[in-house]
Design a protein around this ligand. Structure first.
Ligand code: C2E
Ligand code: CA
Ligand code: CA
Length: 674
């Protein structure tokens, strides 16, 4: 996976090569320069000694003698004596006249001191000593002896000799050739060069080793950083779990493996219900904290083979690379679901959250990675929708989910200004059980779908709630209903209309401003508008919903609790809620006429009595027959609504309430007979 892994290695090799060559070149140059400097130094010293020697040698002579080149015996002896004192290093000494005639030589064999014409001339004309190294070869008793010598040509100035003898003192009057034994000096230089070489080699090697070590550790560190970066690119930064990329990678591997061994790969997708609300209400920091805790619980609970990943947001995935059966995958998903049983502690807050978990397996539900992902997603969606917690993919669900997605798109379209007449409000009367008269309507939406015909809200309201379109849908329901109220008022009907609100609508206070603005715009008194909010919605987030309902109440809008009885509000809690009306859920009403059932009646009776004691009016919904209406009247229910009285109808098909006669309930006798 780490394709850049070889690079640091190449770096070290490259360093070894380049630095090795340059260090060697540097070493050689250093040694060469040192040796040349030492040689020059040694030659300079030798030349200086030769100059001194020459000075001693010519001191007994004078200018005329040197010019003529003929020495007296006395002079020759004097020179011989002086020069004789320097025989330890000097090989020989020769004096020439400026024209090249021999004046004096220490050697008997004159031919051995053959003059080098070039050096001679240079010393004469440039008036500077000329020094060069040569080898002296002599025939000794044990064969030829070679020794290194320095051959030095020196100009002899008038000032060097005894008595100037006329003329300027810096005139060159003769040339001296002195050959000095150089073996010792050369040995010294060689030794010095050897030492310098050793020092340079040791120093450079040490330096090189230090550099090599540095480069090597740096390259190792670079490699580690590269590896870490690659790893981070595959991990989620918040939870440290593998991310979508890594999951996709492992999923491909697992699928390849499963295809080879005819095995099974399971994918579990999980998302946290209401996470958006938690994030919005408690802030993103708390949201992140919750995600971290969820990750922690999931990480701790799975086998090593299984991979937990965070896909982003509140979505997690568990890859089961080798799962024996779909049932096993489902069982694991259920076990993961139980991880959410203990509440989460976010600071001083204790929070219960529930996940929706979808399960899909390959090859049962999918044949490749992307379809496995999709089918698990469909299953998760179903789990969320049906609130079952865990759902295993089924082809049937998938089909309906495709339809759902399409429908959602179309709902978006229908909510556009230009197409809103597709979404029409129907009105169902609410009948006062003591008079049989219509005392209000509930507004229920119908979608006149261009292809699918008339659709009831259970087909599209839950969709709208899940996708956030609900706010637009509610706005439309409110606007149409208030507009209808205004129209009826103009016709002289003053009957209230109830509009259904979803939990999402009443978690923000803007709904109060919107309703208030609508009422002002259509000049409709607030008491004619009622809002219905389901008990489950209220239980779901009372802290945010109750203040909104209270503000609506203060505005004058009536508030009803819808579908009451199936949620978990205790009746005594009702006292604290800012509501005016209780609508008993159809479930209880339906059961009232079951012959062997006493309990529903008792329950409804208790609801009615308590609601009344708190000053709430009670509405029974789903009244489908006369017998039920009779029972409800006996139980003291104030109003009823249901197919027995009327189905929801568009406004233009409603009978005007003041013209419609009272509903007849034949089963009632005495004063209750309308
Ligand atoms: P709900 O508020 O409980 O509305 C009553 C439902 O019971 C309506 O279904 C109504 O047609 C139906 N109904 C009335 N009488 C009877 C009866 O005697 N027997 C039976 N079996 N059913 C009866 P509908 O119109 O299909 O609406 C379903 C749900 O959709 C409503 O339940 C309400 O929660 C929601 N809804 C409807 N319109 C809107 C809307 O404009 N906005 C929002 N947010 N939700 C709406
Ligand atoms: Ca309702
Ligand atoms: Ca209801």
């Amino acid at each position: 996976m780490l394709s850049s892994g070889h690079r640091p290695f190449r770096l070290t090799r490259y360093f070894v090569l380049v630095s090795g060559v340059s260090m060697a070149v540097l070493g050689i140059v250093l040694v060469m320069v040192t040796s040349s400097v030492l040689n020059e130094q040694s030659a300079r010293t030798a030349t200086a000694s030769a100059h001194d020697l020459m000075g001693y040698a010519v001191r007994p002579l004078d200018v005329p003698t040197l010019r003529s080149g003929t020495l007296s015996r006395q002079q020759r002896d004097a020179v011989q004596e002086t020069v004789g004192r320097f025989t330890d290093r000097m090989v020989d000494l020769t004096l020439w006249t400026t024209s090249g005639a021999l004046v004096y030589s220490t050697t008997d064999d004159r031919s051995s001191t053959a003059r080098d014409p070039l050096s001679f001339t240079k010393a004469l004309t440039e008036e500077r000593p000329q020094t060069f190294a040569t080898t002296d070869v002599t025939l000794g008793p044990d064969g030829t002896v070679r020794r290194p010598v320095l051959d030095i040509y020196l100009p002899v100035h008038a000032a060097d000799v005894n008595g100037p003898g006329g003329g300027r003192s810096d005139t060159v009057v003769a040339v001296a050739q002195i050959r000095l034994d150089d073996s010792e000096a050369r040995a010294g230089v060689s030794e010095a060069v050897r030492q310098v070489t050793a020092a340079v080699v040791i120093g450079l090697v040490a330096l090189w080793l230090v550099l090599l070590r540095t480069v090597h550790t740096t390259s190792r560190r670079l490699r580690a950083v590269a590896r870490e970066n690659a790893r981070l690119a595959l991990l989620d930064s918040l939870t440290g779990l593998p991310n979508r990329r890594l999951l996709a990678d492992r999923m491909r591997q697992a699928i390849d493996q499963a295809r080879r061994d005819e095995g099974r790969v399971g994918l579990v997708l999980l998302d946290i219900d209401r996470f958006k609300d938690i994030n919005d209400t408690l802030g993103h920091d708390r949201g992140d904290e919750l995600l971290e805790q969820v990750a922690e619980r999931m990480r701790g609970s799975l086998r090593d083979d299984d991979l937990v990943a965070r896909l982003g947001g509140d979505e997690f995935a568990i890859l089961l690379p080798q799962v024996a059966s779909v049932d096993d995958a489902r069982r694991l998903a259920e076990r993961v679901g139980t991880l959410f049983d203990p509440p989460f502690e976010l600071g001083d807050l204790v929070l219960h959250v529930e996940p929706s978990i979808g399960v899909a397996c390959l090859p049962d539900h999918a044949d490749d990675a992307s379809s496995l992902m999709r089918t698990a997603d469909v299953a998760m969606y179903r789990a969320k929708h049906s609130r079952t917690g865990v759902a295993v993919y089924s082809a049937h669900t998938d089909k309906s989910s495709t339809v759902r997605l399409q429908l959602l798109g179309e709902l978006h379209q229908a909510l556009r200004e230009s197409r809103q007449d597709e979404l029409q409000m129907y009105f169902q009367p609410k009948v006062d059980l003591s008079t049989g008269r219509t005392v209000g309507y509930e507004a229920l939406m119908r979608w006149h779908h261009p292809q699918r015909g008339i659709l009831t809200p259970d087909l599209f309201v839950p969709l709208a709630e899940q996708s956030g379109v609900i706010r637009d849908l509610t706005r439309h329901a409110l606007a149409s209903s208030v507009a209808q109220l205004a129209q009826w008022r103009a016709q002289g009907w003053h009957v209230p209309v109830a509009v259904n609100l979803s939990a999402h609508d009443v978690t923000s206070e803007t709904i109060v401003e919107e309703i208030s603005a609508l009422l002002t715009r259509y000049d409709v008194p607030a008491r004619l508008l009622e809002v219905e909010i389901t008990e489950t919605a209220l239980v779901f987030e009372p802290a945010r919903i109750v203040p909104v309902l209270a503000r609506l109440g203060r505005l004058g809008v009536q508030v009803a609790i819808d579908d009451f009885g199936i949620g978990s509000t205790s009746i005594s809690q009702l006292r604290t809620l800012p509501v005016d009306t209780l609508k008993i859920d159809r479930l209880f009403i339906r059961d009232l006429t079951e012959p062997e059932r006493e309990a529903p009646e008792v329950i409804v009776q208790a609801m009615v009595d308590l609601a009344h004691s708190f000053g709430l009016s009670v509405v029974a919904e789903g009244v489908e027959d006369e017998q039920t209406a009779v029972v409800l009247t006996h139980l003291g229910v104030d109003q009823a609504q249901g197919y027995f009285f009327a189905r929801p109808l568009p406004a233009d098909r409603l009978e005007p309430p003041h013209l419609a006669g009272p509903a007849r309930i034949d089963g009632l006798a005495g004063p209750r007979l309308w």
